[in-house]
Design a protein around this ligand. Structure first.
Ligand SMILES: NC(=O)c1ccc[n+]([C@@H]2O[C@H](COP(=O)([O-])OP(=O)(O)OC[C@H]3O[C@@H](n4cnc5c(N)ncnc54)[C@H](OP(=O)(O)O)[C@@H]3O)[C@@H](O)[C@H]2O)c1
Length: 236
């Protein structure tokens, strides 16, 4: 049976590339994001193996409705790769309380909501391969970038979420880990950084290959893995 994976942020960027790569290798995808047209196009790649739902992942009722739709298709799944998220870089004084809160809602609260709702679908017999929840955090967890305190604090929270959820859910055969990309060329980075900064950005297809490698190590070899991608500007 091919792994059925819930992939968030599947309308663009990292999530879109992870979804396409998993579909190419014969896997099943339940795709989530707000924009419906790109999800419909994704499903057209393999209509029998892809389902999707337009969903704002910060809204509890929408998340619950999406998981109900998923359960009607596949009552048991291999796990989830959470790629939905947002970014902005602004100084402390120019970040409003609303913007700070929104950054945490999109990047942290949404992950809590979806994982919580998916737990019944992640239950499996004791001998089953581990189910996997992979959260996309960032290199910002490991390197201090000025003007990114709203974003970086949310990314640190993702690490805390993953580590404590992993400790809590490991006895049930559910492993929770973090992927920490450096710069990846996506809609998000193209609108946030000047072209020069993006010259060494990783193509999203490579990031997807890396995410699925991490997935496979945890799911099929049973090792918890945490991949960190450091781009050359940070190393220099
Ligand atoms: N690109 C990088 O260099 C990089 C590096 C480190 C970490 N990251 C992190 O990786 C994640 C993905 O980034 P990306 O570069 O792939 O960005 P992206 O191309 O802008 O994709 C973001 C995805 O998140 C979805 N999304 C945003 N808000 C949502 C919401 N409220 N509900 C549901 N879906 C939502 C978007 O879909 P809709 O707009 O259709 O809802 C889109 O599919 C982000 O958390 C980002 O911080 C990125």
């Amino acid at each position: 049976m091919p792994d059925c994976i819930v992939i968030t942020g599947a309308s663009s960027g990292i999530g879109r590339s992870v979804a396409e790569a998993h579909i190419r290798r014969g896997g099943e995808v339940f795709a989530l994001a707000r924009r419906q047209e790109p999800l419909r196009a994704l499903a057209a790649l393999a209509p029998e193996r892809v389902r999707w739902q337009g969903c704002d992942l910060t809204h509890p009722a929408m998340v619950e409705a999406a998981v109900r739709a998923l359960a009607a298709w596949r009552p048991a799944i291999a796990g989830a790769i959470h790629c939905a998220g947002d970014f902005f870089a602004r100084s402390i004084s120019s970040t409003t309380p609303e913007e700070f809160t929104r950054m945490w809602q999109v990047n942290v609260f949404s992950k809590f909501l979806l994982t919580r709702a998916l737990l019944p679908l992640l239950a499996a017999p004791a001998a089953a391969s581990p189910r996997v929840v992979l959260y996309t955090a960032s290199l910002a967890v490991h390197h201090d970038f000025p003007d990114e305190s709203a974003y970086a604090s949310a990314m640190h929270a993702i690490l805390g979420l993953a580590r404590t959820q992993d400790a809590e859910l490991c006895p049930q055969g559910i492993r929770v880990a973090v992927l920490s990309p450096g710069l990846v060329r996506t809609e998000l980075t193209e609108r946030s950084f000047p072209p020069g900064i993006l010259r060494n950005a990783m193509p999203p297809e490579q990031m997807a290959a890396s995410a699925l490698y991490q997935w496979d190590v945890i799911r099929h070899r049973g090792y918890i893995a945490e991949l960190l991608h450091v781009h050359s500007e940070v190393r220099e």
